[in-house]
Design a protein around this ligand. Structure first.
Ligand SMILES: [Zn+2]
Length: 293
């Protein structure tokens, strides 16, 4: 799983930063939010335009303005494949209206769908789940979840007569009957949980983030403000870096990526310090950064 940071900042761009957005490369390309100039970043960082689906956390403009340039370019480059776009309640109505305008109508099919909670999208490699977060408009977070992997103990399997096709049957049905005896998968194989990445989009701290981030390999969390500006974070339904770190700690996440950092911090080290004081495995998102999960 390769995650590329397209943008790391809050709503206002700077010379060096864009509003937050991410591309996940794993059996396809999947975008999490689509900030203005996302297409330039996709070229700059070698991701390309072969995008399977776009997941929008909410409909504040800094999270979707990049859609229009990107779809124009995809059309000019001859895209024929359907592009899936998911977002919170209201996304389908809103984007369908905009994309029906003559000069913005894509030359390829769009499938736009509202999501609120639960699994709504699957690939052969992972499933995607949405969960509600706390912002000042309908907003969701996303969980990329790989299924668990089972590693057989060859010795144990042989001892109870599991061989050949029985391995795949056991994986599928979780138990098989060998010479009249039931063999359960867990008695001859060890389960390794699949990898998990969580994106909060814009959100104040909330229990649903903590619950959905349990044991995440990577938590990408709103960290708009330093803890000295906790009041501003609360008023604007964002999080401080410290709050993001507290969530990562409680959820037992392995790594925390601080995202959507306000442009008021020309030197972001204050944001990182706040997070690291609580959760050591904290990193600042930065344009072009690649994380391997
Ligand atoms: Zn927002």
């Amino acid at each position: 799983m390769r995650l590329v940071v397209l943008g790391s900042g809050g709503s206002l761009p700077t010379r060096d930063t864009l509003p937050a957005g991410f591309a996940l490369k794993y059996g396809g390309v999947f975008l999490f939010d689509c900030p203005e100039a996302a297409q330039v970043q996709l070229l700059r960082y070698g991701v390309g335009f072969g995008i399977n689906a776009i997941f929008l956390s909410h409909l504040h403009a800094d999270h979707f303005l990049g859609l229009f340039g990107l779809t124009q370019s995809m059309g000019l480059m001859g895209r024929k494949d359907e592009l899936k776009i998911f977002g919170p309640k209201g996304t389908k109505e809103f984007l369908s209206k905009i994309f029906s305008m003559p000069h913005l109508r894509p030359t390829f099919p769009l499938a736009i769908k509202d999501v609120s909670s639960g699994v709504f999208f699957k690939t052969p490699l992972f499933s995607m789940r949405a969960f509600p977060v706390r912002h000042n408009c309908p907003a969701v977070g996303f969980v990329v979840q790989e299924p668990p992997k089972w590693n057989f103990d060859e010795r144990k399997a042989k001892a109870v007569g599991v061989k050949g096709k029985l391995f795949s049957e056991l994986l599928e049905k979780k138990k098989v009957v060998v010479e009249g005896k039931t063999v359960r998968l867990e008695s001859v194989a060890k389960e390794t949980p699949g990898r998990k990445i969580v994106f909060t989009g814009d959100s104040a701290p909330c229990p649903s983030i903590e619950k959905n981030s349990e044991n995440a390999d990577l938590l990408v969390h709103d960290s708009c403000f330093a803890s000295s500006e906790a009041a501003a974070a609360k008023e604007k339904f964002h999080s401080t870096a410290r709050e993001a770190a507290e969530t990562a700690l409680k959820a037992k996440a392995k790594r925390l990526l601080l995202s959507h950092i306000s442009n008021r911090y020309e030197d972001r080290s204050v944001v990182l310090r706040d997070a690291k004081a609580v959760f050591g495995e904290s990193t600042l998102a930065k344009e072009g950064m690649e994380l391997f999960i």
